[in-house]
Write a protein that binds this ligand. Structure first.
Ligand code: OFO
Length: 172
């Protein structure tokens, strides 16, 4: 059985992962509306991954005999200045998610909850991967400096990356 403060923190993380899924869905919608179909595909696929992150915690809480709580969610922003702005916001958001995972890890250490600490290692590694992924996309978009041809190439790359990540062999 988990300690109350750990259940509360895990439920807060459910809210963070759910919001991430909605944010990326919304950003995917903006990309679609602005003809970045590859970026849209990439973000919709990423929204599904975030739902997977949420479900892992949901299952973990319930497996320990506690109850996962589905939260009310804030509406994500839906107006963006550019594709660069979308990915800068994602990078910022992922850094925030990393900070919430780190807080959770610190809480489990303080509570001597080694099972949850072990469970969270997957998220620690995932956040490292995601920050690296989105920082790389931001850097590539900056490199093309607003060139339409450059943005189209990046959009194509994002479509290919989405197709790759959606492979059944993917661990995400
Ligand atoms: Fe993209 O973050 Fe979940 O964990």
């Amino acid at each position: 059985m988990l300690k109350t403060e750990i259940i509360e923190k895990l439920n807060e993380q459910i809210q963070v992962e759910f919001y991430s899924a909605n944010l990326y869905l919304q950003m995917g919608s903006w990309c679609e509306a602005n003809n970045f179909t590859g970026a849209a595909q990439f973000l919709l696929e990423h929204a599904d991954e975030e739902m997977g992150h949420m479900r892992r915690i949901f299952t973990y809480i319930n497996d320990t005999g506690s109850q996962a709580i589905i939260p009310a969610l804030e509406q994500p922003p839906y107006i963006f200045e550019s594709l660069l702005n979308v990915f800068e916001e994602i990078y910022k958001h992922e850094c925030y998610v990393t900070s919430t995972i780190n807080e959770l890890v610190a809480a489990t250490t303080k509570a001597n909850d080694y099972s949850t600490l072990n469970f969270l290692q997957w998220y620690v590694a995932e956040q490292h991967e995601e920050e690296h992924l989105f920082m790389g996309i931001v850097e590539r978009i900056k490199m093309v400096d607003g060139s339409k041809t450059g943005l189209l190439i990046i959009d194509k790359e994002l479509a290919a990356s989405a197709a790759n990540r959606a492979q059944p062999t993917s661990t995400n």
